[in-house]
Design a protein around this ligand. Sequence first.
Ligand code: SAH
Length: 447
Amino acid sequence: MKKEIVINSLNIDFKGEFKLNNQLFTIPGVINGEKVLVEVDDNPRFKKAKLLKIITPSKNRVNPICPIFNKCGGCSLQHIKYQEQLVLKTKWMNDLFYNKFKKNFNIPLVLGMKDPKHYRNKNQMVIKKDKNKIIAGMYEEGTHQVLDFNNCFIQDEIINKVQEQIKKLIIEFKYQPFDEDKKTGLFRHILVKRSSSTKEILVVLVTSKLDFPGKNNFVKALIKLNKEITSVVQNVNDRKTSAVLGEKEVVLYGPGFIFDNLLGKKFKITSKSFYQINSLQTEVLYQAAIKEANLSKDDVLLDAYAGVGTIGLICADKVKKVYSVEIVKDAVKCGKDNAKYNNISNVVFVNDDATKYINELAQRKEHIDVIIMDPPRSGSTKEFLNAIKLIKPKKIVYVSCNPITQVDDLEYLLDQYTIKSIQGVDMFPFTNHVETITLLCLKEPKK
Ligand code: SAH
């Protein structure tokens, strides 16, 4: 049945929500207040709604820039003016924190970008054969279909260009993409990382096996594509899963890594270790987090879930000592190298599970003044939070890429800590993600 609906609320994924016959429906691509025509199938088994027409567009509506907006699913907020995206993300955070803590925190506007395009410093392209034609790009949302497209407007423009050139080179050299069913062919993915500060480019060729016939000539042609390609790595992925990278790597050209600069410090980027995707906004994020931490020269800082050590290293000259804990071995190695490149000697790097390590610190009765924690999307653990309560740092700065798990973690700390401030940072413009920084302070003991 066709139905005219006014969208009154957006859900947690910024999709429009409406109720019909007591059933809840969601549709992407709409804005609060818009009157739309939808096709509804209200059979509880098939229950779905499809957007047919926007009848009264919102004043905040813009035409999506990207030709595959409806297919890729990556930038689901493209139909909304950028300033309004920031307003909506801020409202989303306010609602999330209000619903959890029944308190209005008056969260300030999410910190956005001046020019929110071409911000991604890393992209992976899938290579496949489709009816005898080699195609390369990203997966269509929710499917295993590859969209033959390398002109993504949130991607670094040079990465787009290099990827398109590599695709042509693969065709020219007559290499075959890996076929998951037949288990034939060589190329699986091409991963490209580029630093906008140093301009260096790292190309990672993900192959199905180690044997790479004609690789010398291929690499020679590859580095001619752009003089800023300073490293080429072969990553061998013979796994059956959809994980992009395998364990084994061979450096085919250059040192096998590139450098990026953040807030005056130099960081090594490899194929495997985590590195923030949007370098410009990472500086905004870190500056905001460090401001909240308000560090002093005598402080001991714990940087938990540290990646390649960025936050701890940037804070190192503001404090006495930093403990930096991270679970990925390669990232910790990068962290140690990063300390050397920046002549920093007061950071202790630990390759361990953050929960296990903070418990050791608690048992040793180690004194920690400030914790900056930046866990993955799943959040931290109850044991980690319990250990914080034993150590009693005066401040915790909790940086989160998933505020939904963050609020649960925060709730667990509120018997001993008070939320002092919350700030959102737009690390991924046009997508429905927002990064949050929450400052918690230890409650004064009751006299
Ligand atoms: N603070 C860093 C990294 C944040 S991403 C930065 O800003 O770049 C989260 C990091 O947590 C990743 O590097 C991931 O490898 C690490 N991680 C995930 N689970 C962990 C665990 N249980 N213990 C320690 N580190 C973990």
